[in-house]
Design a binder for this molecule. Sequence first.
Ligand code: FAQ
Length: 309
Amino acid sequence: MTTTDLQAGFDETIAHEWRVEPRDWMPDGYRRTLVRQVAQHAHSEIIGMQPEGGWLTRAPSLRRKQVLMAKVQDEAGHGLYLYSAAETLGVDRDDLTQQLVDSRQKYSSIFNYPALSYADVGTIGWLVDGAAICNQVPLCRSSYGPYARAMIRVCKEESFHQRQGYELLMTMMNGTDAQRAMVQESVDRFWWPSLMMFGPPDADSPNTEQSMAWGIKRHTNDELRQRFVDMSVPQAAALGVTLPDPDLAWNDDRGAHDFGEPDWSEFAAVVRGDGPCNVQRVAHRRAAHEDGAWVREAATAFAAKQAAS
Ligand code: FAQ
């Protein structure tokens, strides 16, 4: 088959919304875009264990500790599904990890903000997992089969994460004035960074148009950000917290909420490596990777022994 035939077959798959599978021919740009997005997504899950992980030893009850351990462990699992999906594209997980610890590949900006109070555990579940779900449910229909299938399981688990965060916040809101104030302060810090998770505005998003044409992304960054705002406003009202945006208002004509502009210079700084916790997050990941070298060596030696016997 000529390259033209192969390209025509790929175009037909995309046009019919069939799935592209690992052994299918695909354009180099399609493969590169997927490796970039899936690797960034996997790294986000792994780095994303850190902010809440710091609260495991300080959770206020055995129940809260069990729930948090299960959640943090799930994020590790999501990272593994995603690295496996990336490997079907011909890249190597070790190499991706090396690129992460060398700061040559990105992860989500949100995980460069600290979890300063226990209420942050709830807010991360409600807003950060909420934003992740909003972004990832459409990715269950992504054109690349292994990525789309990984997303189905990830989304099921993320929705548990979102609910446990909301339930935690609801419990605190039904508590003392000090607990309510702690929740509000946490929401004030996390609201804008959560909106930034969806990526730059469409006009400044170099990848969206091509990724949508290939069916990798199903919606633009601004469409999903809008969906998230519309979803969060009634949830905030039920919780009794105020979202820290004076421009937030229902717009009857659009049938959606108007809202203020995130500080895109802050977003750019965080993505560049100058956020509050970038250095700490990568250093922690690098140290964990180096400390785990003996486990990888032992597993490799064991596998070689098994293969020889
Ligand atoms: N942070 O042209 P676009 C989670 C980069 S998982 C950092 O719009 P694209 C679960 C982007 O890579 C959260 N960088 O890019 C959890 C690109 O740079 P490049 C992660 C960002 O790919 C919860 C440049 O800016 N989720 O939270 C960000 O079309 C709780 C231009 O951007 C995913 O990764 C950002 N926020 O759209 C875990 C979902 N946004 O590579 C623990 C899958 C953009 O050209 C606890 N990914 N950039 O140098 C996606 O849907 C897309 O990749 C977007 C970005 C929407 C994130």
